[in-house]
Design a protein around this ligand. Structure first.
Ligand code: AMP
Ligand code: FE
Ligand code: FE
Ligand code: ZN
Length: 286
């Protein structure tokens, strides 16, 4: 069984439509794929409808969260959530707020670029995105590529958009403890995405992961392209100590990143443990 539990579609910042993504997953030889767009469940229906025979879809999302457990200055945390009730009112309200905040923030970043004389038009960048979609830096990165300022999305991050670069602006993300509770209340399970990906900015401590495990976190993403071997070994030890489920996933974004579907995978026993703990939604069978 080949299982990839972290992918993005055009509903957030990937480049495959939800239908295209499940077809690509089957082509890549996957048996199970999770759709985890940032802060939205809008792709679930189309992905389910397009499921090819033999492929299992795990409906999910990647929630933009913040932790202040280590210091008052928030650390960005991405929380993978699976098999939760997408109509849960508290969750819907928070995700709607966050998507609004994402658009306002992307507009502010684009306007700063324009004010500095870069050929970026905020209305054009936002106008390309469906209403209420989770706008993100990759959308601005693509605009920088279109404008000819950089040749790739990666270069756009390196020169303009990465945390600490000139045009990076923060967001008010959901406190991670709140998000874990919201997903548990909606019958879902949570996995801390790429917890020790130091290249993305500040990371939380092992103590914080222990505290979140106490609050109901179900697992940690160990095998992720942004974790080196030493980091994976460290996380495996921590997960064993805390009794957390260990997952592995590609974090596929289509052509917005170079990683391929199924480049990292999850053990079938770990996947079964997640499914067993979830009660808010069912996997879909193709
Ligand atoms: P945002 O949610 O707007 O803060 O943007 C974060 C998203 O940008 C992540 O989900 C990744 O998809 C993408 N990203 C972050 N760093 C890079 C990078 N160096 N190159 C390409 N994509 C990146
Ligand atoms: Fe992304
Ligand atoms: Fe992430
Ligand atoms: Zn992701």
């Amino acid at each position: 069984m080949r299982i990839d539990l972290h992918t993005h579609s055009t509903v957030s910042d990937g480049t495959d439509t939800p239908a295209g993504l499940v077809l690509a997953a089957a082509d890549a030889g996957l048996d199970v794929v999770a759709l985890t767009d940032h802060d939205t469940t809008a792709g679930w229906a189309a992905a389910t409808a397009a499921l090819p025979p033999g492929l299992t879809l795990v409906p999910g999302a990647e929630l933009s969260c913040a932790s202040t457990l280590d210091s008052p200055r928030p650390v960005s945390v991405h929380l993978l959530a699976y098999l939760f009730d997408p109509a849960s009112p508290a969750l819907v309200a928070e995700q709607t707020r966050l998507r609004k905040e994402r658009r306002a923030r992307l507009r502010a970043m684009a306007e700063r670029m324009a004010a500095d004389g870069l050929p970026i038009d905020a209305d054009e960048v936002l106008g390309r995105l469906p209403a209420d979609s989770p706008a993100g830096r990759p959308h601005l990165a693509q605009a920088l590529v279109r404008a000819g300022l950089v040749s790739t999305v990666d270069d756009a991050f390196a020169q303009y958009l990465a945390n600490g670069r000139d045009y990076y602006l923060p967001r008010r993300d959901t406190p991670v403890e709140t998000a874990i509770e919201m997903i548990a209340d909606a019958g879902g399970v949570t996995v801390f995405a790429h917890p020790f990906a130091r290249s993305r900015g500040r990371i939380v401590s092992a103590e914080t992961i222990a505290a979140l495990a106490e609050r109901g976190l179900t697992g940690v993403e160990v095998d992720h392209p942004d974790h080196d071997e030493a980091t994976r070994a460290e996380l495996r030890g921590l997960a064993r100590e805390l009794g957390l489920v260990q997952t592995g996933s590609s974090d596929y974004h289509g052509t917005n990143k170079t990683i391929r579907l199924g480049a990292e995978t999850t053990d079938p026993e770990a996947f079964a443990a997640l499914v067993e703990k979830a009660s808010g939604y069912q996997v879909a069978l193709g």
